[in-house]
Design a protein around this ligand. Structure first.
Ligand SMILES: NC(=O)c1ccc[n+]([C@@H]2O[C@H](COP(=O)([O-])OP(=O)(O)OC[C@H]3O[C@@H](n4cnc5c(N)ncnc54)[C@H](O)[C@@H]3O)[C@@H](O)[C@H]2O)c1
Length: 325
């Protein structure tokens, strides 16, 4: 594969894994990202020595910049976005311009020959009940600004042609730009650091997919574009359903990769506590009670609809302060 690929938002959680996969597949990769999370974002440092890799600091809403970048690309993977319901609600105007106007701009600037790969969120299906699984034919009923901007952007792209859209389940796994607000990552981190996890809505069903599988899926979409374009595809891992009473077993499999770097610093009995649903120590029980008192009242009813797997209310308490959404 020798495509010239422009990855917008390539410094993010998905992008920093994807870029490596693209380079390994022989692509020429150019990233445009505005370093929204600061110059401390190191997600692509390890790729800078690659001769077929280039990075441009810039905004996907900047027409003159995008005009230059888009014209040199065979494929555009449009990841740049304000990600998550809370982040979008904090600044609706920013969310709308980045998530939606950038797509309008992209459609204006690109030629029909330029393929676009676009990740939508499967939270676009909204909150459904019953035993039915969502297929690509299920109606889209986003309930947050984030979901609405993503769904509308997807529709605009599909209408414009030569596009593959992927409706991603909640992603998990290690990335150079780590996101601990994603449900599985959050559970693993919390299980390890706190010794227990709290599940607010035990009957809630979600699906998941590994970040490396998402990257491979994007490469697959590029290679198979002629028979895939014009349609959305749900992307999830059927086997990865750690909720529904299976956390104790499946969680351990999923968690191994995430725990490896942590174990080096903290070997010992904590590993055995992984994914237990009840605090096992007096300290754990106290923290659990404090957590229950502190958390947002809505969280008692269920997870926020920030996309599948979102745990926004609890992030305030349980994740490191530097996380932004
Ligand atoms: N991670 C998931 O579970 C998931 C699920 C479904 C869909 N998605 C979609 O995948 C894409 C990437 O998500 P992620 O998890 O990597 O998020 P992320 O926040 O880690 O990455 C987004 C990147 O976009 C950049 N960015 C933001 N505004 C920009 C602008 N105006 N110009 C240039 N760059 C800008 C940020 O600096 C960041 O590096 C998003 O479009 C998201 O909606 C993610």
């Amino acid at each position: 594969m020798a495509d010239r690929v422009l990855v917008t938002g390539g410094l993010g959680y998905l992008g920093s894994v994807l870029c490596e996969h693209l380079l390994d597949a022989g692509c020429h990769v150019k990233v445009v990202d505005n370093l929204m999370y600061g110059t401390g974002q190191q997600g692509l440092f390890h790729l800078c020595a690659r001769p077929t890799f280039d990075f441009v600091k810039g905004d996907v809403r900047d027409e003159s910049l995008m005009k230059t970048l888009v014209k040199d690309a065979d494929v555009i993977i449009h990841l740049a976005a304000i990600v998550g319901a809370s982040a979008c609600d904090r600044d609706p105007s920013l969310a709308t311009t980045v998530n939606l106007d950038s797509v309008r701009l992209l459609n204006r600037l690109r030629s029909p020959a330029q393929l676009v790969i676009y990740p939508n969120t499967n939270s676009g299906y909204g909150a459904t009940t019953g035993a039915n699984f969502c297929t690509e034919e299920s109606p889209l009923q986003p309930i947050s600004l984030y979901g609405r901007t993503k769904v509308e952007a997807e529709q605009r792209l599909l209408d414009s042609g030569n596009v593959v859209t992927l409706r991603l389940a909640t992603v998990f796994g290690m990335s150079p730009r780590m996101r601990l607000d994603l449900l599985v990552n959050h559970f693993v981190y919390t299980a390890f650091t706190e010794g227990y996890i709290v599940i607010f809505e035990k009957d809630f069903k979600r699906n998941y997919v590994h970040v490396r599988d998402v990257a491979d899926c994007m490469l697959y979409s590029m290679a198979n574009a002629p028979r895939m374009i014009g349609k959305p595809y749900n992307v999830g891992l059927d086997a990865a359903q750690p909720l529904e009473g299976r956390a104790g077993h499946e969680g351990q499999g999923i968690c191994t990769e995430l725990l490896r770097p942590l174990r080096r610093d903290r070997p010992g009995p904590r590993q055995a506590q992984l994914c237990r649903l009840q605090p096992t120590t007096a300290r754990g029980r106290l923290r659990g009670q404090a957590l229950a008192r502190l958390r947002h009242p809505g969280a008692a009813q269920g997870l926020s609809h920030d996309g599948p797997g979102s745990v926004q209310e609890r992030r305030v308490i349980l994740t490191p302060k530097e996380e932004k959404d």
